[in-house]
Design a protein around this ligand. Structure first.
Ligand code: KIV
Length: 269
């Protein structure tokens, strides 16, 4: 696979080719993703839950994000690598955000992701003006789980959905080049992908976004506790097709995302 850059993701949106992204935090799995042709990796702060066993992403530190970023850069440098700014490392001021984001870029991140609406767009503008590519994240914001009262679907209400699209637009105008939208009805994911020029990657946002991302542990069926409705166990489905390997699960995910087979009707809100 040729090295994927943000320009490739933009071209994929223009050509209506779906982008296949997964979270990843360590070398062995990243190497399997390389064999499977995963376009983009998100070193997500979800590692706080699936790797460290916390109940939320809030405890994850910048140092931990740097460590996991380095693991991925060493093992699948061909993927486009997006890294989460962890809770508490960027919200306070633009300068604080720059310090955290530049540390992630030095570790090998090619883009940093931050959660929040239009109020956070000034941070996007500050970072992009200083050469740091930014991915926005709207919809369900896991770092605000205690503010919103749990992991709930967002944007069912028309007004909230319209605000969500305005929030994403504000980040795009501020220079964001990619957008993640989490846990919204399919119509909202579709409307967002139409409204934005930049690629929109959905998680629990229906089949009509420009690409998909899942938490790797969820799609391998190893999370153990509650499995969200939008998740498919690709290790189990690949085994049913005769290939019970991790590489097979990742390959099936890439194929189903590219063909628009995943997510199916049963995964929608
Ligand atoms: O941290 C993460 O894995 C994420 C995804 C839920 C998009 O931000």
């Amino acid at each position: 696979m040729a090295k994927r850059r943000i320009t490739d993701l933009l071209q994929m949106k223009a050509a209506s080719e779906k982008i296949a992204m997964l979270t990843c935090y360590e070398a062995g799995f990243a190497k399997e993703m390389k064999k499977a042709g995963i376009d983009a990796i998100l070193v997500g702060d979800s590692l706080g839950m699936v790797v460290q066993g916390h109940g939320s992403t809030l405890p994850v530190t910048l140092e931990e994000m740097i460590y996991h970023t380095e693991n991925i850069v060493r093992s699948h440098p061909d993927a486009f690598i997006v890294v989460d700014l962890p809770f508490g490392s960027y919200e306070g001021s633009c300068e604080e955000a720059f310090r955290a984001a530049s540390a992630l870029m030095k570790a090998g991140a090619e883009m940093v992701k931050l959660e929040g609406g239009a109020g956070m767009a000034k941070i996007t503008a500050f970072l992009t003006a200083r050469g740091i590519p930014v991915c926005g994240h709207v919809g369900l914001l896991p770092q605000s789980v205690h503010l919103i009262g749990g992991y709930r679907v967002q944007g069912r209400d028309l007004q909230v959905a319209a605000q969500l699209i305005e929030d994403a637009r504000a980040h795009q105008s501020a220079g964001a080049q990619l957008m993640v939208v989490e846990c919204v009805p399919e119509e909202v994911g579709e409307a967002l992908s139409i409204a934005l020029d930049i690629p929109v990657i959905g998680i629990g946002a229906g089949a009509l976004t420009d690409g998909q991302v899942l938490v790797m542990h969820d799609m391998l069926g190893v999370r153990g506790d509650v499995v969200p409705r939008f998740v498919k166990n690709f290790l189990a489905s690949s085994a049913e097709k005769g290939d019970p390997s991790i590489e097979g699960a990742f390959k099936n995910y890439v194929t189903e995302v590219k063909m628009g087979v995943f997510p199916g009707k049963e995964h929608l809100f």
